[in-house]
Design a protein around this ligand. Sequence first.
Ligand code: SAM
Length: 315
Amino acid sequence: MVDNYGRSITYLRLSVTELCNLRCRYCMPEDGVCKKRHEEMLTQEEMLTAIRAAASLGIRKLRVTGGEPLVKPNIVELCREAAATPGIEELCLTTNGTLLPKLAGPLKAAGVHRLNISLDTLEPDKYRYITRRGELAQAIAGIEAALDAGFDKIKLNTVLIGGFNDDEIPALADLTRRWPVDLRFIELMPMVDGEFGPQAFLPCAAVLEALPEAEPTADDGVARLYRLPGALGSIGLISPLSQHFCGSCNRIRVTADGKIKPCLHAAAEYSLKGLDPEGMRAVMRDAIRNKPAAHLPLSAREPSRAGRSMNEIGG
Ligand code: SAM
């Protein structure tokens, strides 16, 4: 479908759960989420109906996210059904990686094409701090399991946090020499439950200052791409604050409680819960038509109007 501003909407990000086994400080509160009632959440069947409805309207790329998608029971089955949906050409999944040692093989066999794995630091103490509980070794084992399972074009997502991981930019970038992976540095978005204030915001330009040897290569839509000499993968800079990409945004999001969000940083939501396939298609059409031209200015001092934390929306 084409929205009112001529953008072709071909990409759905579906959050399959709000729950997570980590508690990243910029993403969700320490005590987790206020658990919604089971009846408020989309059932697995409703998620599949939503995927089919979206595919029939022209969605071609699906990203499964969360919360942490791999804590959802039956995630492999959901991915298998999603991959087999007519029209879905690319199935991707975003994860913190800690459960991949067990699940990378089954996800690959189920038809997941690509993985994004979040990794904000290479120091075990800092990993424990930022995730409030995680073990770096598990995330690294997850990346290695994904490579062993045959995933290619793996992306590692690093949120840039001033005073936390700016000193690690060269070491993180060096991962593109150690593994055939693309590393993407993402500017910290000021979300409702984020713990960091404006002083932690670091523009992507800081990456280039820390990596003078990085050479620009072709861009891939939302990311500006660079490469280190001798590297196996690229380095991408994603700048939702310093250079937003609303003009070419081709995505909608569906939350685990069944709300379509046509824009990550706007409050508008359209409910899919309890609808039949035709009802879902009608609501999706409406949401796509009403996708805003751009979100309101977002800066380290002007927080997102999303009205939800990232784990409730799906990053
Ligand atoms: N649990 C999975 C994971 O860790 O990748 C998927 C969900 S997580 C919400 C998806 C992505 O959103 C992660 O890469 C995370 O770093 C990113 N994210 C969460 N909060 C963010 C924020 N305030 N600014 C920028 N990125 C954020």
